[in-house]
Design a protein around this ligand. Structure first.
Ligand code: HAM
Length: 411
């Protein structure tokens, strides 16, 4: 038997109503905040992610589904299933000259992403993200608006107790200083770091702070190391930006916690980074991750454009929300006259009433049993009704039954 691939999942009827609930709320909240939906392709040139996400990240190094086969793509371009969508949206922004639009340009998206990770609860190889990207504004008010939008969306699906973890990575100059200090203080402990961190030490030392390995954690706790790690290496301008953001968040009553070790796993960030977590999710606790990426548009060939956004894992949202039961349909037609049942169903559906009927022409008792499971009302269309030109309408909640002579009364 052929089974679904490891780390992928079918979303069946019992989950789909909750997924629709999540998506409908996303659409409502983002559109109310004037975000426009954007759909970009599921695969892109590998180079987009290598340059955009960064070739020292786990995503690019270990997790990409890359196809470099002349037979698949005759141009022999190496293509990759998108591991995330920021790089793709930035590519579209540049390709369609959207910098000509009056800023900000605000987008939201939903779709599958692909990462070759070790599957576990809350971590899949094909998963779905809902996200936003905002281009053209460098002011901290934009950071506040993006975080507010994330929080409002979570509230709309009943998740209003989640705390925002917040940090600032500073500008490239601050980041360089921080990197240099981290390398300096960790130098004596280099051979005690895990293999991944040994590699990060050369390529991306900030990412060492994100490491969950116990041996690495112990090193971070050494006094002289933790002093350097926890010190702020941000210039006055970056500090002002962060202070302003905090003022906005306070005004908006958004709960946040400063986490100086929050560095995020993608290379494009500068200044504000944030995550929203839920302990109920266990080790894969991040529901949402995002931040500012003021250098990415230029780095990918566009005109310099500040930008910020976030993405949320839909499977993780699903795990946290109260599940939504399927809504019952309006009518189930109980009849052994298939033609009449089909015609009535068609007429009701055209009038925007949901209706179904028995395709197996079973006995009335069986049909009524099915009706009471799936519908609010049964319309009985037996011989008497057809002869007498009326419908028997049965309220399946209380069993009351009445005769209806006028079709419009069903609408
Ligand atoms: P990310 O932190 O890599 O950021 O992913 C965002 C969210 O996607 C995570 O917080 C998590 O909920 C979900 N997620 C990630 N990987 C998996 C997985 N393997 N299985 C299930 N869920 C997963 C980004 O992707 C950035 N593009 C976010 C962003 C947008 N930054 C700026 N704009």
């Amino acid at each position: 038997m052929i089974k679904a691939q490891r780390g992928t999942k079918d979303i069946l009827a019992d989950e789909i109503y909750s997924w629709q609930f999540i998506l409908e709320n996303a659409k409502k909240v983002f559109q109310n905040a004037n975000y426009k939906e954007i759909k970009t392709p599921i695969f892109e040139a590998t180079e987009l992610f290598a340059r955009g996400v960064g070739d020292s990240t786990d995503i690019v190094n270990k997790e990409m589904y890359t196809f470099s086969i002349g037979g698949v793509d005759k141009n022999e371009t190496s293509i990759t299933l998108r591991p995330e969508n920021t790089a793709g949206v930035v590519r579209a922004y540049i390709e369609h000259n959207m910098n000509r639009l009056s800023p900000p340009s605000k987008f939201w998206y939903f779709g599958p992403m692909f990462r070759y990770e070790r599957p576990q609860a809350g971590r899949q190889r094909q998963f779905h993200q809902i996200g936003t990207e905002v281009f053209g504004v460098k002011d901290a008010s934009c950071d506040a608006e993006v975080i507010l939008t994330a929080v409002e969306f979570l509230k709309s699906i009943g998740l209003d107790e989640l705390e925002v973890e917040l940090n600032t990575l500073g500008c490239p100059k601050c980041k360089n200083e921080y990197r240099a200090q981290i390398k300096e203080v960790l130098k004596p402990y280099l051979d005690k770091l895990c293999d991944d961190c040994k590699m990060r030490y050369e390529k991306n030392p900030l990412r060492i702070l994100d490491c969950k390995n116990e041996d690495c954690q112990k090193i971070f706790e050494i006094k002289e190391v933790s002093e350097v790690i926890l010190k702020d290496y941000i210039c006055d301008e970056c500090k002002n930006h962060f202070d302003e953001l905090i003022k906005y968040l306070d005004e908006l009553n958004i709960k946040y916690k400063r986490n100086k070790l929050l560095v995020r796993g993608l290379d494009y960030y500068n200044r504000t980074v944030f995550e929203i977590k839920s302990e109920a999710l266990g080790s894969q606790s991040a529901v949402c991750g995002g931040g500012r990426y003021d250098g990415l548009v230029e780095m990918l060939g566009g005109t310099p454009t500040p930008a910020i956004g976030f993405a949320m894992g839909v499977e993780r949202l699903y795990a946290l929300i109260n599940k939504i039961n399927p809504e019952k349909i309006n009518y189930f037609i109980v009849s052994n006259d298939t033609i009449s049942a089909l015609k009535l169903a068609q007429k009701l559906r055209r009038n925007n009433k949901s209706a179904d009927f028995d395709l197996q022409n079973r006995k009335f008792a069986k049909q009524l049993e099915k009706a009471s499971k799936v519908a609010n009302f049964a319309i009985i269309l037996g011989e008497d009704e057809i002869k007498g030109n009326y419908y028997s309408l049965k309220n399946l909640a209380n069993g009351e039954q009445i005769k209806i002579y006028d079709f419009s009364k069903l609408l």
